[in-house]
Design a protein around this ligand. Sequence first.
Ligand code: 5GP
Length: 120
Amino acid sequence: ATQAYDDDNIFARILRGEIPSRKVYEDEHALAFHDINPQAPVHILVIPKGRYVSWDDFSAHAPVEEIAGFVRAVGHVAREQGLVAPGYRLLANAGSDSGQEVPHLHVHIFGGRGLGPMLV
Ligand code: 5GP
């Protein structure tokens, strides 16, 4: 069973324009904006426009066009930010053990400095 989607989660409200965000990219399938509490010089969140709680929900239930569009958008943002040559890291928390805070799928893009080894 899929976790129910909460239409009042903070990223749903950002998508509806009810809460401001520092937008870096938007298209039909995705919105990208700066994380409010950056952990690296570049820390951007990319979210699909559809109502998906997590990576699990999205990968299992989203139409392939939405998945493809979202993956393209993540890559586009990383390129647009000049991160391809220096490199970058993607991260998606899913569910309770991961500490996922916001129940709308988001991929973190980290870059702008040496990121060190992965912790897990
Ligand atoms: P999670 O822990 O769910 O993977 O990541 C949630 C991220 O969302 C955190 O890095 C947090 O700083 C960010 N965040 C939480 N609330 C807001 C907000 O209102 N605006 C923006 N831009 N980022 C937020």
